[in-house]
Design a protein around this ligand. Structure first.
Ligand SMILES: O=P(O)(O)OC[C@H]1O[C@](O)(COP(=O)(O)O)[C@@H](O)[C@@H]1O
Ligand SMILES: [Mn+2]
Length: 645
């Protein structure tokens, strides 16, 4: 028998045998439904337009449902119009109303069609689950329309009367929007973001705004997300890093219009210090024009160099504070011969491509000058007291983690660090070694500490520094490379020095036996277990496939990031896991004026249709059913009294 106190608590919600029994019946019925569809995305990298479109269109699935619902008889043009209405109901309704196209006839036909689609996409959910997703003011009417049989002669009049009165009382537009949102919501049951929402592309803030409103989402942090989270904790190296990357991609809008970070102190400082320096090595890459904050590329290059030099200084200081990071050879500002204009990396001397360092004291290269100190203080304040950024970061914390085990799959962004011989790499921290799952748990805990511990404790300081280690440290599971050669990219011509050796994980994990080893480490086994991984762009055009290790590993960094599309040859993936199969949707570069359907390939057919009972949710429900049965028994035996009103 369960703890009596626990049963009594349950009795408050189910005060009678009847109430408990009907919940048992309800939950048992849910167990017998097909599982909801999960969507996996990774490496969004600020590409808000492309990502939001994929989300709204359920990566092409809504379009498919439209065709299916009307047995492919609607003309293509009408299908596209309907699809666009479902994706962007507010905007499209507005346009149609302004142009006078949304007349009563149009509304009637549209409501009728949307209800048909809604029936199809809601068919695998319980009536109660669907109802909970409806806006309360329309729940009753939508529910009626979904369940009245239009072909029943007696009900046909009733059905059309409902629609007619919706239009008559002038709520047709709102009703249409509600139906569109319901269709969207029902199509994606659950969304997984395998990291790297931020950096490179124009508006990560808009992606975050969208995710904040999504009904069911989890996030596995990527190195770029952690760099922004570190910046929000006030970590100076992370602050410089996010600014440097944004400026290097000419992404001023995300900083200024998005998060309201005032870059004027930085631009004034840079313009003065590098007055006569063209900062050629720091010209920004212009992939997207800023809409709100256009900055002259010459000035952007100066700001870019200014923040990069400050970043190298503060990174050097962190490395000195933490010998346990084993990164002393990465303090490259101390390896420069300022007289000769060379730098020594791993014992080899190279000429510097840029030798102008007006802010560096060769005797003490890591020291910030007064102006730099002042500038950093201002920037730090604007990151630490930034309402929108913190709302987003809190969401990353509440919905995110280093990894997630979900329905037999293991989700993480980077890697589980390994050695060449296939054993798990160990990180020595605070006198203990961490590897495999223990390493992921340790790191997760540190990330929590960085944000939630009181700021002035040494534990908090240590955890905040560690956020930067996670961005680029050799044993960081979200980075997974031996070193980060940012300095070399800017200052050394020899491309050999730009290489960033991949952790052996990437070579080993494409073999089934190592995937199984990793899955086992996380308590997962059997044929239905997979690893879902992001971080490394898949070079489709060189014949690489995202499906690896005999189908046990999916590497789904498919290049949503414009910056990487020339490498990958496509514009991103969505992995879709419904009750019948696992499928990969491969996307073409996003064009806002063209509706394009992705190429979808089924990568694994399920042996039998996966029901809720087979999922994690099912296990949870089974536990709940057992508890309720005990409650019923307790009522029957008189251990707990029924509360009949
Ligand atoms: O998580 P990702 O996308 O691999 O980003 C980290 C990588 O980005 C880099 O900083 C390069 O960035 P860019 O391609 O944006 O210049 C590499 O040095 C580093 O390995
Ligand atoms: Mn990454």
């Amino acid at each position: 028998m369960k703890d009596l106190a626990y049963l009594k608590l349950m009795a408050r919600e189910y005060p009678t045998i009847r109430a408990a029994s009907s919940e048992i019946i309800n939950l048992t019925a849910i167990q017998g439904l097909p599982k909801g569809t999960e969507y996996f995305f990774s490496d969004l990298h600020g590409e808000h337009e492309a990502f939001i479109h994929l989300l709204k269109s359920a990566s092409g699935v809504i379009r498919e449902k439209i065709s299916e619902t009307f047995s492919h008889i609607l003309p293509e043009k009408e299908e596209v119009e309907l699809a666009n209405l479902i994706y962007y109901p507010d905007r499209i309704m507005n346009q149609l109303e302004l142009s006078g196209q949304a007349d009563d006839d149009w509304q009637r036909v549209t409501i009728y069609r949307l209800v048909q689609i809604c029936k199809v996409v809601s068919s695998k959910y319980t009536r109660s689950k669907v109802r909970k997703k409806m806006p309360p003011e329309f729940a009753y009417i939508i529910d009626e329309l979904l369940h009245v049989d239009y072909n029943d002669d007696n009900k046909r009049v009733y059905y059309s009367e409902i629609i007619r009165s919706i239009i008559d009382i002038r709520i047709g537009d709102k009703f249409i929007i509600a139906l569109c949102e319901l269709i969207q919501n029902l199509t994606i049951d659950c969304l997984h973001i395998i990291g790297d929402i931020f950096d490179r592309g124009p508006r990560a803030d808009m992606i975050m705004n969208e995710l904040l409103q999504f009904h069911d989402v989890d996030i596995q942090w990527g190195n770029h997300d952690i760099s922004w989270m570190g910046a929000a904790t006030g970590n100076l190296a992370c602050i410089c890093n996010v600014l440097r990357i944004a400026i290097s991609y000419n992404s001023f809008d995300v900083l200024e219009d998005g998060y309201g970070i005032n870059l004027r102190p930085l631009s004034m400082f840079a313009a003065r210090v590098y007055r006569n320096d063209p900062c050629e090595r720091f010209s920004p890459q212009i992939l997207d024009e800023n809409i709100y904050d256009a900055v002259d590329p010459g000035l952007a290059a100066k700001m870019h160099k200014a923040i990069a030099v400050i970043q190298f200084k503060v990174e050097g200081q962190i490395i000195k504070r933490h010998p346990e990071y084993e990164m002393n050879d990465r303090i490259l500002l101390e390896s420069i011969d300022y007289g000769k204009g060379t730098v020594t990396v791993e014992g080899k001397e190279y000429p510097l491509l840029d030798t102008s360092f007006p802010t560096i004291d060769p005797e003490n290269p890591l020291a910030l000058n007064e102006e730099e100190e002042e500038l950093l203080r201002t920037l730090q304040l604007s990151f630490m007291h930034n309402e929108l950024l913190h709302r987003h970061v809190r969401f990353l914390y509440s919905h995110g983690s280093m990894y997630k085990c979900y329905n037999s799959n293991l989700l993480y962004h980077g890697c589980i660090p390994m050695r060449e011989d296939g054993t798990f790499e160990e990180l020595l921290m605070e006198g203990a070694f961490y590897s495999g799952k223990a390493l992921m748990d340790y790191v997760d805990n540190k990330i929590q500490n960085a944000y939630f511990l009181p700021e002035h404790t040494s534990e908090s300081r240590d955890a905040r520094d560690f956020m930067w280690y996670l961005w680029c440290g050799a044993k960081s599971p979200v980075y997974g490379k031996g070193k980060m050669t940012t300095f070399e990219h800017y200052f050394i011509e020899d491309h050999q020095t730009h290489k960033e050796p991949m952790n052996p994980y990437y070579r080993l994990s494409i073999k089934e036996e190592y995937c199984e080893k990793i899955l086992k480490e996380f308590g997962l086994c059997g044929e239905s277990a997979h690893i879902i991984n992001g971080h490394v762009p898949v070079k489709i055009k060189e014949g690489e496939s995202p499906v690896k290790a005999g189908g046990r590993l999916f590497l789904i960094d498919g290049g949503l990031s414009k910056a990487y599309q020339s490498k990958t040859g496509i514009a991103g993936y969505t992995l879709i896991y419904n009750s019948n199969h696992l499928a990969l949707a491969e996307h073409k570069p996003f064009d806002p004026d063209k509706e394009s359907t992705p190429k979808v390939s089924v990568v694994e057919n399920m042996k039998h249709r996966v029901m809720v009972a087979d999922t994690d949710k099912g296990t949870e429900l089974a536990g709940r059913i057992e508890d309720l049965k005990e409650l019923v028994a307790a009522y029957r035996e008189g251990i707990i009294k029924e509360r009949v009103e």
